[in-house]
Design a protein around this ligand. Structure first.
Ligand SMILES: NC(=O)c1ccc[n+]([C@@H]2O[C@H](COP(=O)([O-])OP(=O)(O)OC[C@H]3O[C@@H](n4cnc5c(N)ncnc54)[C@H](O)[C@@H]3O)[C@@H](O)[C@H]2O)c1
Length: 443
């Protein structure tokens, strides 16, 4: 590649349709936020693409543009939203029920929100217990369900005059699905769809439909979904960008901020106990042990890779890591997380760190969802396809090629993200070596 020119990125012309299985608390907070921001009623705080800056060239050059001014991202005014859900409520009704945003942020965009009515979902009670289903598709096979979703996508695209489509999975966490032979190849997966194989979940059916039509897919929930060899194969075959899974917000964000710091200073760990109270519908579903198991696996993996006992046996060889989520309705979306971290220092002397994070789940998740949508759309236009590891920055359990370990350290992830943007635009990658500034003094 000629670094002077960068990649040949197709322009972000026309409308970008963001299609979302799961019109719930997070997705409606994203949608309402985008409507508010483009109407001039708020700022996209927490969004790296909208408010983050990127240094270009040497520190002495003073070039530090906003990311959105540096790379050709879709403009927020060009986004249209569509969704599937089982409840049949429009986006305004979901916002009111979820209680995340206040009337002051909803009143002026009420009509726009009311216009977003979910399409009938692909649903399977075996994958999700605590949900009342009013609007679900019926078909003879899972393959027919996938075809019905493809039909929905085509209709949505035509009705909204979209130039591009991106899929973002925000439906309820599914029961834990271990990887099995039906997920191992595209041929096995397609046969499984036609045979109604019970190991194929609804989220995989949505993802299959999107990838089959050539549209990128990012998975905000912790389910397997695109993180299977079969769907990776389909993504590569159709040259589509994918990434998963489980957006990095709340407690896990804190973990990937603190853990790299402990490791950087070679401080040891005896134990890390994390507990949360959460009263939204996500919390209610996670009360079911099957769904909790899916979330637990995603949350536990985070520090195991950063504080790696194989590489650092004396520091991280035998710590105890436990994660709990308790459903506690009075709190709604305002989650409270506690972390007790038992560390040790010089000569093994013990110390403790306590973190009490009173956060708002959907307020943290919405900007991440926006950044992923805009970044993966950019990736697709830049000609990237398959797993987008450079977007690990936004994921709790980043998807990687077989044989690689995921990079969880937020600061390495950030460097990877920004260097990929520089690479796309033909700017010099930044190594932070910095010796050249001092070599210049000797000249
Ligand atoms: N809130 C966060 O910070 C956060 C962070 C990372 C991941 N997540 C994940 O995002 C997902 C959504 O979270 P939420 O707080 O918006 O939950 P929510 O319960 O408010 O919304 C989920 C929606 O999905 C719908 N749904 C369930 N099965 C469906 C199906 N098969 N097809 C279409 N719709 C379906 C439900 O009816 C519900 O409206 C969860 O999996 C959660 O674990 C949330």
């Amino acid at each position: 590649m000629d670094m002077a020119k960068g990649l040949n990125v197709k322009p972000a012309q026309g409308k970008l349709g963001i299609l979302i299985p799961g019109l719930g608390a997070v997705s409606t907070t994203l949608i309402a936020g985008v409507f508010d921001i483009r109407a001039g009623h708020g700022l996209p705080i927490g969004s790296v693409t909208q408010m983050g800056r990127i240094r270009l060239g040497k520190r002495t050059e003073g070039r530090n543009p906003l990311i959105k001014d540096f790379v050709p991202l879709a403009d927020m005014k060009d986004i249209v939203f569509g969704a599937w859900d089982v409840h049949g409520e429009n986006a305004y009704e979901v916002c009111k029920r979820s209680g995340v945003l206040q009337d002051k942020d909803l009143d002026q965009i009420r009509a726009e929100l009311e216009a977003i009515k979910p399409m009938d979902a692909v649903f399977d009670h075996d994958y999700c217990h605590n949900i009342e289903v009013k609007h679900a598709k019926t078909a003879a096979t899972k393959y027919d369900l996938a075809l019905a979703v493809m039909e929905d996508i085509k209709n949505f695209k035509a009705a909204n005059n979209c130039d591009r489509i991106f899929f973002q999975g925000w439906a309820t966490t599914e029961i834990y699905t271990p990887m099995s032979d039906v997920h191992q190849s595209l041929a096995a997966f397609e046969k499984g769809l036609k045979d109604n194989d019970p190991r194929i979940s609804p989220s995989m059916i949505y993802a299959y439909a999107a990838l089959k039509l050539g549209y990128p897919y990012a998975n905000g929930a912790p389910n397997l979904t695109v993180d299977t060899p079969a769907l990776v194969e389909l993504a590569r075959q159709n040259k589509v960008a994918i990434m998963g899974k489980d957006f990095k917000t709340g407690q896990t964000l804190m973990k990937t901020i603190v853990a790299p710091g402990l490791r950087a200073r070679c401080l040891g760990l005896n134990g890390w106990f994390s507990t949360n109270i959460l009263g939204n519908r996500d919390g209610e579903v996670l009360d079911d042990p099957g769904s909790f198991k899916t979330k637990e696996v995603s949350k536990l993996s985070v520090i195991e890779h950063i504080l790696d006992g194989k590489t650092f046996p004396e520091l991280y060889g035998k710590y105890h890591h436990k994660v709990r989520i308790e459903y506690y309705p009075p709190r709604g979306d305002a989650k409270e997380g506690w972390d007790n971290i038992d560390i040790f220092g010089w000569l093994g002397y013990p110390m403790q760190i306590k973190i009490n994070f009173l956060c708002r789940d959907s307020i943290l998740a919405a900007p991440v969802a926006l950044d992923i949508a805009l970044s993966i759309d950019l990736a697709q236009r830049a000609g990237f396809y398959g797993i987008q590891e450079w977007l690990s920055f936004f994921f709790k359990s980043p998807q990687v090629r077989e044989g690689l370990y995921p990079e969880h350290d937020l600061f390495i992830q950030k460097t990877k993200y920004k260097n990929t943007l520089r690479y796309i635009m033909g700017e010099e990658l930044i190594t932070h070596l910095g010796l050249d500034y001092y070599a210049e003094e000797d000249k």
